[in-house]
Design a protein around this ligand. Structure first.
Ligand code: ADP
Ligand code: MG
Length: 325
């Protein structure tokens, strides 16, 4: 089915969504104008979702749009930044219809509102395929307070929000189904894959509490290794302490090999951070968990690098151990 031309798509689908962002100039100029308040830094990041790779061609278009926004919002959360707006590059294959795009724009509008951010511009191009969407997000953070990956110290606790492995199993549910798992659990897992919950409020609240932070997009082991490497320490996590949803706990109880997806599965978009074990910090974390209604779980501790490790290539990787920490 044919679809409307580029200008008509911008007019009918994207311009209405830009109305709330004054610097977007109604998408009628060559670029947007963004003011950064005094004392704040601009935080910028970009993530692309490719059809067949990061979402499934049959996925509901509104969920695809919301996922595009949410994976980017998760990067703002990981920096402790307040998200302000996005730019959207839509690269559309011939099979994308106007109807599909209308539903995509509905989802986009819904989440722009939910997260209080504006659409500041973008680009719309035709491609032989596959369809892809790149979102560039920007936000603000008070100078010097952004959460970096590099601040973790020996002795600090390693924490993660929410639960791990849900999205990895959600993808299996959507692709092949998971025989024997009750429907409610299947729906929960599929939803976790298709609609991440970026921990924006948690990220904002972690400023001044966490020494290092990142979001878990590639899987706990890969991401924790990045954080430990950036900080020059060794991460030791305790396998039994990893937070699992009821659905994943049921799957693991059936087959222990599935623990691998809890360690290594991607797409959960939880926050991984380090903090002192001091009682005052623990109290602040407890209060923050309550305030943001986000479960927080201490899964391990940072240790010194083994003497053998050279500066730079540093970390041995994340040691998964059953040792209590
Ligand atoms: P250019 O010729 O410079 O590429 P365009 O004609 O692509 O400009 O875009 C016109 C306006 O529409 C610009 O303000 C641009 O930011 C906006 N725009 C284009 N595509 C999108 C999109 N997918 N989402 C949001 N804004 C868009
Ligand atoms: Mg353009």
């Amino acid at each position: 089915m044919a679809r409307a031309g580029e200008f008509s798509l911008i007019d009918s689908l994207f311009r209405p969504l830009a109305a709330s962002a004054s610097g977007a100039l109604d998408l009628r100029d060559d670029a947007a104008l963004v003011r950064v308040p005094e004392g704040q830094e601009l935080t910028v990041s970009c993530d692309t979702l490719v059809s067949g790779v990061h979402f499934l061609p049959k996925d509901p278009p509104d969920l695809v749009a919301r996922k595009c926004l949410r994976v980017n919002l998760s990067d703002m959360a990981a920096m402790g930044a307040e998200p302000k707006g996005v730019l959207l590059s839509a690269q559309l294959a011939p099979d994308v219809t106007t109807d599909w795009l209308e539903r995509f724009a509905d989802g986009l509008g819904q989440d722009l509102k939910t997260f209080g951010i504006g659409l500041y511009g973008g680009d719309t191009v035709a491609t032989p395929g596959p369809t892809a969407f790149s979102v560039t997000i920007f936000g603000h953070v008070t100078q010097g307070t952004a959460l970096r990956r590099s601040g973790a110290k020996v002795g600090q606790g390693i924490w993660v929000s929410g639960s791990l492995g849900d999205a990895a199993f959600g993808l299996i549910v959507l692709r092949d189904g998971l025989l024997g798992l009750e429907h409610e659990h299947q729906n929960f897992l599929a939803d976790r894959y298709r609609l991440p919950r970026p921990r924006v409020d948690l990220g904002l609240g972690l400023r001044g509490i966490a020494s290092a932070c990142m979001d878990v997009s590639d899987g706990l082991v890969a991401d924790l290794t990045h954080l430990a490497k950036a900080s020059g320490v060794q991460a030791v996590i305790s396998a039994p302490s990893l937070p699992m949803s009821d659905a994943v706990a049921a799957l693991v109880a059936d087959d222990l090999d599935r623990l691998e997806s809890v360690f290594a599965g991607g797409d959960d978009y939880e926050l991984l951070f380090c903090a002192d074990d001091a009682p005052k910090i623990q109290d602040m974390l407890k209060a923050l968990a309550q305030e943001t209604q986000t479960p927080l779980c201490r899964i391990g501790q940072m240790r010194p690098l083994p003497a053998m490790a050279k500066q730079g290539d540093g970390v041995l990787g994340t040691a998964a151990s059953s040792e209590p920490t």
